[in-house]
Design a protein. Structure first.
Length: 281
């Protein structure tokens, strides 16, 4: 099992020393990866399920934050949980992601994308909320085209994006294309993960039957698209105080990575229990 840790500036703070201390401690504890969320803009009354998000919560730009983490660490992989793909132009995004990957020595490898659930966020960014799923599908295709294309350029003519012999350099570090994981708690997200993703990272408060159904849906969608279902990674959220029995339950469900959230002392305890390391703050 692989273990990731989440860092949310709205909860843990945005001070440079706080970020560096957290990331370096996570690396010392043996965590494979560090994930950060995204909200480009908030507004009064923004709701995620039954919860209202205070509009003053300081969500940092995830890629700028991960660049800072990369410069402060040596091994830990960099992830988003999730980057709201419909609100980014893929041409610009391809450049930013490959730049981080090169500068980090190949650690921008857990990009997880989602659609976003706040209509006001889409409106503020000039994106049609209803068509954001189709927009995300095209964006994934364009990202991969740009990463794999050579000096002759790549072309694309879609509903939302159009390219004519476009070239994007630098390329990802040592690989043809960066992995793209798909997040979300819907069946549509599961299908998207199977058809286009390198992994599935579902969220939401879903029951075990729906969880199992969505994972099987992702695998069957991959097979129908002529892709290898066995190559899909399966990431899930977990609790920082989870025991080994719960880890075994998730592994039996096909989970390959667990992402938890907690402070420095909690990370140390988790590392001792699950990563075979004894690390003090």
């Amino acid at each position: 099992m692989k273990y990731g840790i989440a860092y949310n500036t709205a909860l843990h703070g945005l001070g440079a020393e706080q970020v560096v201390t957290f990331a370096r401690h996570a690396e010392a504890c043996g965590f494979e990866s560090l994930f950060v969320p995204e909200h480009p803009v908030l507004y009064p009354g923004a709701m995620v399920g039954p919860y209202e998000i205070p509009p003053s919560m300081p969500y940092a730009d995830p890629l700028d934050l991960l660049s800072f983490v990369a410069a402060s660490t040596r091994r830990i992989l960099l992830g988003t949980g999730v980057l709201l793909l419909p609100y980014h132009h893929p041409v610009h995004l391809a450049k930013r992601l490959s730049t981080i990957d090169v500068l980090s020595g190949g650690r921008m490898r857990l990009l997880t994308v989602g659609l976003g659930s706040l209509p006001g966020e889409a409106h503020a960014l000039g994106v049609d909320f209803a068509s954001r799923g189709r927009r995300a599908d095209e964006a994934i295709d364009v990202l991969r085209l740009l990463w794999t294309g050579g000096e002759e350029g790549v072309s694309f003519d879609g509903e939302f994006f159009s390219l004519d012999r476009a070239c994007s350099f630098p390329k990802p570090y040592g690989v043809p294309s960066l992995p793209v994981h798909v997040g979300g708690s819907s069946r549509a997200a599961a299908r998207r993960a199977g058809r286009r993703g390198d992994g599935f990272f579902p969220g939401g408060a879903l029951g075990p039957e729906e969880r199992a159904l969505q994972w099987e849906l992702a695998r069957s969608a991959a097979a129908e698209a002529g892709r290898d279902p066995g190559a899909l990674e399966y990431t899930r959220w977990g609790a920082i105080d989870m025991d080994s029995e719960r880890v075994e339950e998730l592994a039996a469900q096909g989970v390959t990575r667990i992402v938890v959230s907690g402070g420095l002392d909690q990370m140390s305890a988790f590392a001792e229990a699950h990563c075979g390391r004894s690390t003090t703050v």
